[in-house]
Design a protein around this ligand. Structure first.
Ligand code: UD1
Length: 375
């Protein structure tokens, strides 16, 4: 059996690592790893392959940056050639990035079995590019591998036949469990000193006495009125209480510079390079509070118990929210709401929560589901 698996952007890498490892135990499976090249920087891509021991991609499509249509179009053209040359039995895609959607369309047009890891997530917000990618991918998939019961119910409600769905758990937690000890061994001050963008003396850093944020989604960083209000709150309130660390995504930095907000950020916040997997996990393990618009971080906060303010109007991962037993609160970009939730979060105690099957064994279940699937 030949399986092609696809990665394209940073949030895919921690999901594919355990899958590659699980496939290695099956010599009867020929595995080809394709990197579309949507993310291409050392910090956004290569460092994850090294840190998570992901084998070097067998094929690199070098698609690079561009508009959504350009990324999807280029990926489809290049991936079609790979599929025709390799004639796989299965194509496995992960998550919700442009690479996921582009390769799913090619898979079905070439009549190849398609499996989607992280199927069934829904924000019900079609303005998010990732929601478009999720809907297209799930509609086309033969095997839909869901991370939690809420996603399972979403698929049932949409009429997906039972024999095409497998509830396998969250594969990202396989990586978190594998890498936890290495992350915990990292020294906080050394890490921040190494990755700080501004080479100036740092304030003293201590566990449970610093905040971490990430923010890169179009809904937060593309409108100067919204972004400047967020920056005001973060610099004047959070950074005034404790050191605020911001590992900064290239698109967020570009927008801050464009809107004249970068000076304020670099003065009051501690901007960091995009971090490697272990460094980010290390910060998350002892942060007092996380402020983020990233989906993956919401899930990691859930398992680590870090109070999490999700700076979005909605989430495709409701299992992480307080109402489902998690630690995350949806605060959107409404400053009054963010401030109230932030003040509350300062009094929360770290409260780890592990949704069903987030047990570190998801990759094995996925391989079994693929082997047992009858089309
Ligand atoms: C993508 C995903 C998003 C995910 C995010 C995580 C889609 C639709 N979105 O968004 O779900 O949360 O990745 O990182 O696929 N850039 C670099 N170096 C890189 C990659 C990008 O500098 O290695 C810059 C480029 O100038 C680009 C911008 O960042 O214009 C945005 O990259 P892009 O791949 O378009 O999407 P993300 O916003 O990163």
């Amino acid at each position: 059996m030949t399986v092609i698996s696809v990665v394209g952007a940073r949030p895919n890498f921690m999901k594919i690592a355990p899958f590659c490892r699980a496939l290695k135990k099956h010599p009867e499976i020929r595995h080809i790893l394709v990197h579309t090249g949507q993310h291409y920087d050392v910090r956004m891509s290569d460092s994850f392959f090294a840190d998570l021991a992901i084998p070097a991609p067998d094929i690199h499509l070098n698609v690079g940056s561009g508009s959504h249509a350009a990324q999807v179009g280029k990926t489809m053209i290049e991936f079609e050639k790979v599929v025709r040359a390799e004639n796989p039995d299965w194509i496995v895609v992960v998550g919700d990035v442009n690479a996921t959607c582009a390769c799913s369309i090619v898979a079905k047009k070439e009549h190849v079995g398609l499996a989607h890891i992280e199927a069934g997530l829904r924000s019900n917000d079609i303005d998010m590019p990732e929601e478009v990618n999720r809907l297209v991918t799930d509609r086309l998939s033969d095997l839909l591998l869901t991370p939690d019961r809420i996603s399972l119910d979403n698929l049932r409600r949409e009429g997906v036949p039972e024999n095409r769905i497998a509830f396998v758990g969250n594969i990202m937690i396989d990586t978190l469990e594998e890498q936890r000890a290495e992350a915990a061994s990292r020294d906080l001050t050394a890490l921040v000193g190494r990755e700080a963008l501004e080479k100036r003396p740092l304030p003293p850093l201590a566990d449970d006495a610093f905040a971490v944020m990430t923010m890169h989604r179009p809904s937060n960083v593309d409108d100067p009125a919204i972004l400047s209000k967020m920056v005001d709150f973060l610099t004047e309130k959070v950074a005034a209480d404790m050191p605020l660390l911001w590992p900064i995504h290239p698109r967020a930095k570009k927008q801050l510079e464009l809107f004249g907000l970068w000076e304020k950020v670099r003065e009051k916040i501690i901007p960091l390079n995009p971090l490697g997997y272990h460094d980010m996990l290390r910060l998350n393990m002892t942060a007092k509070v996380m402020l983020t618009d990233s989906g993956g971080l919401q899930e990691e906060c859930c398992v680590l118990g870090t109070p999490c303010l999700t700076m979005r109007r909605n989430t495709e991962r409701p299992v992480t929210l307080q109402e489902h037993g998690g630690v995350s609160v949806l605060v959107g970009n409404d400053i009054a709401k963010i401030e109230t939730a932030y003040r509350d979060a300062l009094f929360f105690r770290r409260r780890p929560m592990r949704p069903e099957l987030w047990d570190g064994k998801t990759a094995e279940r996925i391989v079994r589901a693929i082997l047992e699937f009858r089309r």
